[in-house]
Design a protein around this ligand. Sequence first.
Ligand SMILES: NC(=O)c1ccc[n+]([C@@H]2O[C@H](COP(=O)([O-])OP(=O)(O)OC[C@H]3O[C@@H](n4cnc5c(N)ncnc54)[C@H](OP(=O)(O)O)[C@@H]3O)[C@@H](O)[C@H]2O)c1
Length: 392
Amino acid sequence: MKQKITILGSTGSIGKNTLDVVARHPDRYEVFALSAATQVDLMLEQCAQFKPRFAVMASAPHAQLLAEKIKQNGLQTSVLQAQGALEIIASHEEVDAVMAAIVGAAGLSPCLAAARAGKRLLLANKEALVVGGNVFMRAVREGGATLLPIDSEHSAIFQCLPEDPACWAERVDSILLTASGGPFRTRAPETLAQITPEQACAHPNFSMGRKISVDSATMMNKALEVIEARWLFDLAPEQIKVVIHPQQIIHSMVQFKDASILAQLGTPDMRVPIACGLAWPERIESGASRLDFAALAALTFEEADVRRFPGLHLSWQALNAPEGTTAVLNAANEVAVDAFLTGKLRFDHIHAVNLATLDAVQPSKPDSLESLLALDATARVAAQRAAAALAL
Ligand SMILES: NC(=O)c1ccc[n+]([C@@H]2O[C@H](COP(=O)([O-])OP(=O)(O)OC[C@H]3O[C@@H](n4cnc5c(N)ncnc54)[C@H](OP(=O)(O)O)[C@@H]3O)[C@@H](O)[C@H]2O)c1
């Protein structure tokens, strides 16, 4: 039987890589539904190639345009745009697996729907877990979902850990998340104010969406990954460490109680963790090139410099603060990155907005999707105020 897959965010970097892997295995996978926000023409191409039952667009005008084009091209895909459409395609009874690749907190609600419906949930959308925390993990447990990490670092940790999660606490000492250090790893800290969106989006090893590219440049991406790891692997914040490894060959490591370390290696290509998540525990061809050890000059490691990357430490701070603080940090960062990308905020002021928002909003323990969304909205207002005060 083929697995039926819903891809949330199919027009993005992870979405396109997922379709690339799926296209290599027509005997194993069938696309049930796709979703996007604005890229109508790309969605039309994907519908023509993969023939999904449903396509969801985030707004009515984009959905209407797509529906017209689908009709003109004689395709059978039904176009949905309504409150709840993402949740429908994420939890539909015919769906086996959901790739969660929407960027930002917008992905939280459909991720929760997939978790509650007990799906195999391939999680790229780290912000959903950073915002959802305990509520998200409870939905996974209660729904009987299988949560598989797609972030390359978390996929690496997952592959290095013992298969039975019941052994993790007694065997694992700590995990080491590797980080490329992004495009400004060696840049003079006093010049960070002049960084443009184009420079920030030029990642040395990966072509990614613009939001995660900026997060990689500030290392807020790693901060969000620390929080993601805390929930995925049920670790204390102090058990999670970060090391810069510019070549991005080692994707992350687990240190066990006896000081032994297991690492997962490979070429930096997101199709590897995607293929791993799709097929787990089996292994399938991903399309990625093989690592040539003879051609590798060196694998190097260094500590993250706090003057260049002050945001990195906010993850541990937020994890040790009252529950909900990680949701506040995520909302602040989304607002600040958007302001930077639209030319309204300096690169080095992203951190200032995050700090000001954490100071301004004290969360009361959120325990439902509604309370998380309310907290997210409150934090966004505070972050917009902070960003406006620093606006260019
Ligand atoms: N890219 C990577 O290598 C990578 C690696 C690890 C983890 N991740 C994580 O994976 C997620 C996706 O990253 P990405 O780089 O693929 O991002 P991306 O290229 O920006 O793609 C985001 C996708 O989400 C859709 N989208 C955006 N806003 C939306 C909204 N409000 N409602 C519904 N759909 C929306 C976009 O549609 P349109 O295209 O129509 O705008 C697009 O399909 C992020 O959480 C990121 O942290 C990415």
